[in-house]
Ligand binder design. Structure first.
Ligand code: 2SA
Ligand code: GDP
Ligand code: MG
Length: 455
């Protein structure tokens, strides 16, 4: 028989109503097609939650982005894995991993990632499907990414230089190559030639010659053979799986604040990491999507340029970066750190319709005398803003109004039930719930699989 966890006195009536019977209830009640999406500027800890939930799903699918993503997960022995394109379900033998049509694939990088996993004892053969509709990201896209950033000088975006923007540009320009083109090597070279010439005509620093093309085509002939067993019509596979009542977990890369439409444009990535990207990036209908879990760090980080209203500078920012070990999983770059931004989070909740939140890295805030939360923005003229501004000039000038909450002084990394958290930590969680109107169902207190509180 199920025993209801005691509801601590500090929990409000509204929160108590959605209080979980147990961890089992939280995960088993997730809908057939569920998603885990970033709700800040990335690196919220999406990979960890996907890895934790994956055993309850048949399929874990990536719908956008590419090897710009860096999802760090640990297996039960505490061994660390940094994933980029491979979905975070890969550590679980029974889970099929799908890289959908909305993702961009750098084939050599994909093999490198798979080789790394295989050499660490993770079997990948027959466990990963790559969409035949996904676009191919070439070395030329990576070179163009670097050249474009260099050209921007002081206004550079701070991309991962993984070629993401240039590859999506080829896609939208409609001269990109797709995974299915690897099955037509007779015309592959001509199509690639168009891309290479395009880059060479735009950038002086881009070296083009017929021998470069020839070498690249030869290389891709070998890749085509090796990739063949991974290639599938994933739109068909996913929709058949839904018919067969299989469970699908969608893993978002990056986050809504980096979304090409909703993020802080132009300081964004070139894909749609928000809910809409699930339909366009996998070819599944909106009505089949059920629960969407927004992953939110207990504070905020951002890597790359662009506005960050609650950013902390100097010692305060450094301390948070050190405590949270905030360095890029893909590039190793130090991440900018700051307080939790409720204005941005509410905006993300609106866009994605999150059914619940996973508040991560709460342990990192332990020991602070007080914790600030950005609750509203004032414009330069002192007027309160009613919504998250689309205009960057407005955003760059906002004054953030903070609420100050008491900190807690004990280490919470070994706490496993909500009512054992210090009262101030519970107060922090519940204040976030009140401010955004979405329940927090999962609380991260460490990087390991077990360091998760089900609320
Ligand atoms: P890009 O490379 O074109 O997608 O870069 C455009 C912006 O998107 C940001 N971006 C990211 N932000 C956080 N984490 C990401 N993944 C890596 C990680 C990042 C890393 O997990 O740490 O290692 O540096 C990621 N990917 C893209 C990027 O910083 C630009 O602001
Ligand atoms: P993702 O891109 O959203 O998957 O996040 P990253 O993997 O880039 O960054 C999150 C980092 O925080 C990783 O190193 C995780 O191992 C770590 N992490 C995740 N959840 C927690 C948590 O609750 N507490 C702590 N201390 N670390 C966490
Ligand atoms: Mg990351």
């Amino acid at each position: 028989p199920k025993t209801r966890l005691p509801v601590p006195a500090a929990v409000s009536a509204a929160t108590a109503a959605v209080y979980a019977d147990s961890a089992e209830d939280r995960v088993s009640s997730l809908s057939q097609v569920s998603g885990v999406l970033g709700s800040q500027w990335g690196d919220e800890g999406k990979g960890k939650l996907v890895d934790v939930l994956a055993p309850r799903f048949d399929i874990v699918a990536r719908c956008q982005g590419g090897a710009n993503a860096g999802h760090t997960i640990y297996n039960s022995e505490g061994k660390k894995f940094a994933l980029h394109l491979v979905p975070s379900g890969i550590l679980h033998e029974g889970t099929l991993c799908v890289v959908g049509n909305g993702a961009v694939i750098h084939v050599p990088g994909f093999f490198e990632e798979i080789d790394g996993l295989e050499s660490n004892g993770v079997r990948c053969d027959g466990r990963i499907l790559v969409s035949d509709r996904a676009h191919l990201l070439f070395d030329l896209h990576q070179a163009v990414d670097g050249l474009r950033e260099a050209e921007l000088e002081n206004s550079f975006i701070g991309t991962t230089k993984r070629g993401i923007g240039p590859c999506y540009s080829s896609k939208v320009t409609r001269n990109g190559l797709r995974v299915c083109d690897l099955r037509h090597m007779d015309t592959f070279g001509d199509k690639l030639d168009v891309l290479l010439k395009d880059a060479a005509s735009r950038f002086q620093g881009f070296k083009y010659s017929k021998s470069v093309l020839k070498e690249e085509v030869e290389r891709y002939k070998r890749f085509a053979e090796r990739l063949e067993p991974f290639i599938a019509d994933t739109v068909h596979v996913l929709n058949e799986s839904i018919q067969q009542k299989k469970k699908i977990l969608v893993e978002g890369g990056q986050a809504t604040m980096l979304d090409i439409d909703f993020g802080t444009y132009p300081f964004v990535t070139s894909s749609s990491p928000s809910a809409g990207g699930i339909c366009t990036g996998l070819g599944i209908a909106p009505r089949v999507i059920g629960d969407l879990i927004g992953v939110v760090k207990a504070y905020t980080s951002r890597v790359g340029s662009g506005p960050f209203p609650t950013e902390l500078f100097g010692e305060e920012g450094d301390n948070l970066r050190k405590a949270g070990m905030e360095f890029g999983t893909t590039t190793g770059r130090p991440r900018r750190c700051g307080w939790l931004d409720i204005v941005a989070l509410k905006y993300c909740c609106q866009i994605n319709g999150f059914s619940s939140l996973n508040l991560t890295k709460l342990d990192v805030l332990s020991g602070l005398p007080e914790i600030k939360v950005g609750v509203s923005y004032n414009q330069a003229d002192g007027q309160k803003l009613q919504s998250f501004p689309g205009d960057l000039d407005t955003l760059e000038q906002v004054q953030v109004n903070y609420e100050v909450l008491p900190g807690w002084q004990s280490d919470i990394s070994s706490v496993r039930s909500y009512n054992e958290l210090p009262q101030a930590a519970r107060r922090y969680v519940e204040r976030i719930e009140e401010l955004v109107g979405v329940p927090v169902h999962y609380i991260g207190v460490g990087p390991g699989r077990d360091a998760l509180i089900y609320k």
